[in-house]
Design a binder for this molecule. Structure first.
Ligand code: AMP
Length: 299
């Protein structure tokens, strides 16, 4: 059982996930000051410490039980787990909650002129990558042999300078591939950020802190995806209006002062509201259509 009374969370110090992670923790009500250079930041209003480290160090810190929780990309997590299994180090963790940021995919990309005819055409080739274990797993699952060279950045440049035939790297928008004359030929892993937890049993004190912050994290995630919609609708078209609302919540119908023909409809929509939906609502005779962000949700 872990003994300290302050829950320790590992997060990325700087990089693609750090802003979203920091904002998630703040929206969960954690008061933290990470503007200084200290790598261990105390949360002033809860018994929590935030350890700010390199992404690739987070899985090991959680797997070894040095940190109780970690927020890390699935790509980094899976690569570290495979590597630690190979080395015989501890590689277990609990996936406490997926998080809805840091979405990307790990893909194999080849020069534009490469004649891609399916996975077999990658057999015997050499790839520049930061993810050799995920690449090797993909190759063995597909019955091909590949060679690799490790690069920790600027992977996309490798084919052009003759270092490799292709690359296996993270793709988010695809802009970097295009700018470097590469085309995506296989997606080998899809990733988002995750909240992970050590497999070691937490002390009752730490468990109770986790029990407090976990519903908050899930509430922030849910709120981010949801919108509050308010509109005025013709009374006789309520069922058509309700059918257009994305999400499963039952709408609240309220009378409008001095109007017998119109009612106010309020609903929490759990999906994106497209302009087309708003236009369809308008054509049913709705007006004053407001779509608002939700800050927090519980229950
Ligand atoms: P993009 O041009 O948006 O496809 O981004 C590709 C570049 O950003 C590549 O150099 C990737 O290594 C890097 N990248 C994309 N997504 C992530 C991520 N979630 N974490 C770290 N690096 C990423």
């Amino acid at each position: 059982m872990t003994t300290e009374t302050r829950l320790r969370i590992a997060m990325q110090k700087s990089g693609r996930l750090s802003d979203d992670t920091q904002s998630l923790l703040k929206r969960c009500g954690l008061k933290l000051n990470v503007s200084d250079r200290r790598l261990l930041a105390h949360v002033s209003n809860m018994p929590i410490d935030i350890m700010r480290v390199r992404s690739s160090d987070i899985p090991g810190l959680v797997m070894d039980g040095v940190c109780d929780l970690g927020i890390v990309g699935d790509n980094t997590l899976e690569e570290a787990a495979l590597e630690r299994q190979l080395m015989g180090s501890k590689s277990e963790y609990i996936k406490t909650s997926p998080l809805n940021f840091g979405g990307c995919r790990l893909s194999i990309a080849m020069p534009e002129e490469f004649n891609y005819q399916g996975v077999d055409s990658l057999n015997g080739l050499r790839f520049a990558t930061t993810y050799p274990q995920l690449l090797k797993r993909f190759a063995s699952q597909n019955g091909i042999n590949v060679d690799f060279c490790m690069l920790n950045g600027s992977v996309e440049v490798a084919p052009r300078v003759g270092l490799a035939d292709g690359i296996c790297d993270l793709v988010s928008t695809g802009t970097t591939l295009e700018a470097n004359g590469l085309k995506e030929v296989e997606i080998i892993f899809r990733s988002t950020a995750s909240l992970i937890q050590t497999v070691e049993q937490l002390s009752p004190k730490k468990q109770s802190i986790l029990n407090t912050i976990l519903p908050r994290i899930q509430g922030v995630m849910k709120a981010k995806e949801s919108k509050y919609i308010m509109l005025h609708a013709p009374k006789d078209r309520i069922s058509e209006v309700s059918a257009l609302m994305p999400g499963k919540e039952t709408p609240t119908i309220l009378p409008l002062a001095g109007r017998d023909d119109l009612v106010a409809v309020h609903v929490v929509a759990t999906e994106t509201i497209f302009w087309e939906t708003m236009e369809a609502l308008k054509s049913l005779g709705c007006n004053s259509i407001l779509v608002m962000p939700i800050e927090k949700m519980m229950g």
